[in-house]
Design a binder for this molecule. Sequence first.
Ligand code: FES
Ligand code: FES
Length: 187
Amino acid sequence: MSTAARDSDSDSDNDGTDTETPAMSTTHKLSFKLNGKPASVEVEPRELLVHTLRERLALTGPHIGCETSHCGACTVDVDGSSVKSCTLLTVQCEGSDLLTVEGLEQGGALHAIQQAFHEEHGLQCGYCTPGMLTRCYRLLQENPNPSEAEIRYGIAGNLCRCTGYQNIVKAVQSAAKKLAAPEKKAA
Ligand code: FES
Ligand code: FES
């Protein structure tokens, strides 16, 4: 389309006779399970899950890094799958089962994967850690005895700029062993 044609269209759109009413902002009330408990929240249709969790539900574990689905800092668990909450609309979560890093510990006891990150020094600055923990939790649910290659592949969507990943791999291996030993099983 030529510039003249675009200008012409633009003029007709802005000739003062446009009576179109601006779109009304609507909100949606949703209910879901959050870290094992029923929760409800009212959100705008365009709202992303990471913003709802952090700003409306005070769960600041899921971090915002890239907001383009690359870094994994915002990873949470939705209906048994790892999901980057910066790319999911909250309205898509009606009736879902959501788990954030805050829901990993049970009764004040760290989950085995959290304990293993602590013991194996699987973190430094900690920015990636909440997303990494929820991803590693799901990885061990999917594959309780992963090889090193499977761990590295399983966390490929979660970036860590500090650790070089070696201690994260060790932590997942350590947690896998603990979870496989019933008498020592953590929460
Ligand atoms: S903030 Fe969601 S993937 Fe980076
Ligand atoms: S511990 Fe700093 S980004 Fe992973």
